[in-house]
Design a protein around this ligand. Structure first.
Ligand code: TYD
Ligand code: MG
Length: 465
């Protein structure tokens, strides 16, 4: 076999050069050159363009085919036996798929995958490749977690070529492989250090190719760096079938696994886990944990019904509004988008007549969860108002609804489902967009207050409080 050649390719314009350069000679961009393997061109096989290295492992096209003739039973799913993980994957693990599990160090990626692997090893041969911990550490952890060790195979190795060779030679042949973590893997074809963009990308590309060729399902573990990761797993998002990110506050024992991308299921699907002394335990009914648990309503607190993925969730949002000594008062949003908060405060001023320009405003979503949908607008404003007035909302009140720039309250998807979740958890009042209101008397114990304008919503909130 001819020796593989490497080249430095600009990620902006695709120009390649034999030497590394700080600035691309073609387009002039800085720090965009990274090393790629350029496969030697064999007879009858053209070299793949270097910048498409990630796609080289796609299954060979079987010619032009009518879609109706394509067999669809190819999508075999295997349950991970962890219900919340199955949910995030879209109903189990698809054979031959590559799933990237990202998150901060120490959040529980290795723990979850070891638990899932041990459970699945009873059905299919599984291999845990560890580049960070020794075999003794992995075995020790599995033992502490009380996992069945019989069918669990592990390999401590970081060279991607030897990993793939050893996996191919292993008996029984693994159908399931965990690579923990992708940042420790390196290819002998590249001179760059492990953890660099080119090494991470090349190792992942090899694993993707391996998964597609052998039908093995592969989990890649990736640490997200604080900066969101030039050398982090973000560069892999387009290569893999699914990207799951772990979220959660370091102080809290709850962990949320969110599907950021999924070729086989809904995005933004959430799986909720609690970290305990026996590892991660699933929380199948998570609504309760995102409420702060205060027995009476507090000023500055509002409960919203959000719907992430395919499940409604009750989540508490807290606000603190306080006199500011700064000429530029602070607006801090945790678990929400900062710009959205600034926009909402402007709407509150213009259409609700409530001035917060001289106040610091802090907003926090309880439980370390990140809320991305606009249904949070109304509850955020109610929490802000409640803190400003130092008056709690009425007991057992929930709210949801998008707030428009002209002060209108706009409907959100799946209103019925959200109301049902609120009723199930014993809420008594719901402030919702008019278009989301059900027929009169649809809920016996839940009074639904339908509003069209922000001013109506503020009146409704003031009445009960
Ligand atoms: P780990 O899975 O090693 O994190 P990652 O692979 O994402 O870096 O999780 C380690 C953390 O979890 C560590 O802080 C200890 C805690 N932990 C528990 O609380 N209980 C347990 O049973 C285990 C295994 C870990
Ligand atoms: Mg780990």
């Amino acid at each position: 076999m001819a020796k593989a050649r490497t080249a430095y390719v600009c990620s902006d314009c695709g120009a390649s050069s034999n030497k590394w350069q700080g600035q691309c000679g073609e387009c002039g961009a800085w720090n965009t050159m990274s090393e790629f393997v350029v496969e030697p061109a064999g007879p009858g096989k053209a070299a793949a363009p270097a910048r498409h290295a990630g796609w080289a492992g796609r299954p060979q096209a079987a010619g032009v085919t009518a879609l109706k003739d394509v067999s669809q039973d190819a999508e075999v799913r295997l349950s991970t036996t962890i219900g919340e993980l199955d949910r995030v994957l879209g109903g189990g693990l698809v054979a031959g798929s590559v799933v990237l599990v990202g998150g901060d160090p120490g959040i529980g990626k290795s723990t979850l995958l070891l638990q899932a692997l041990a459970a699945m090893a009873a059905q299919v041969p599984a291999l845990y490749v560890t580049g960070e911990e020794s075999l003794a550490q992995v075995a020790g952890r599995a033992q502490r977690l009380g996992l069945p060790l019989d069918n669990l195979h592990a390999l401590a190795e970081t060279g991607i070529e030897s990993i793939l060779a050893l996996a191919a030679a292993a008996k029984p042949t693994p159908r399931l492989l965990v690579a923990d973590s992708i940042q420790t893997l390196w290819s002998e074809l590249l001179t760059a250090a492990p953890g660099s963009v080119s090494q991470v990308r090349e190792s992942a590309a090899k694993l993707v190719r391996y998964a597609k060729e052998t039908g093995t399902s592969v989990f890649l573990v990736g640490h997200v760096t604080k900066e969101g990761g030039i050398a982090g797993p973000r560069v892999l998002e387009h290569m893999v079938d699914a990207v799951l990110y772990f979220e959660g506050e370091s102080g809290s024992r709850f962990r949320v696994l969110r599907a950021f991308k999924n070729r086989f299921g809904a995005v933004n699907e959430l799986g909720v886990f609690a970290m305990g002394d026996k590892g991660l335990r699933e929380v199948p009914n998570p609504s309760a944990i995102f409420l702060s648990g205060a027995s009476t309503a507090q000023p500055g607190s509002a409960v919203m019904v959000t719907r992430e993925g395919t499940r409604p969730l009750l989540v508490e949002v807290q606000a603190l509004v306080d006199d500011s000594s700064l000429s530029n008062p602070r607006r801090v949003a945790l678990g929400l988008e900062q710009n959205r908060l600034a926009m909402l405060l402007a709407v509150l001023h213009r259409h609700g007549g409530v001035v917060t320009g001289d106040q610091d405003v802090f907003v926090n979503v309880v439980g370390g969860i990140r809320v991305q949908e606009t249904a949070a607008d109304l509850p955020v404003l109610l929490a802000v108002l409640s803190s400003l007035r130092d008056r709690p909302l009425a007991e057992k009140t929930v709210a949801f609804g998008e707030v428009g720039l002209s002060g209108e309250i706009r409907p959100v998807p799946n209103g019925e489902e959200r109301l049902k979740e609120a009723a199930t958890h014993g809420f008594r009042r719901a402030i919702v967009p008019r278009a989301n209101a059900p027929k009169k008397g649809a809920y016996k114990d839940l009074e639904v207050i339908a509003v069209e304008r922000l001013s109506e919503a503020l009146d409704a909130a003031a009445e009960g409080g």
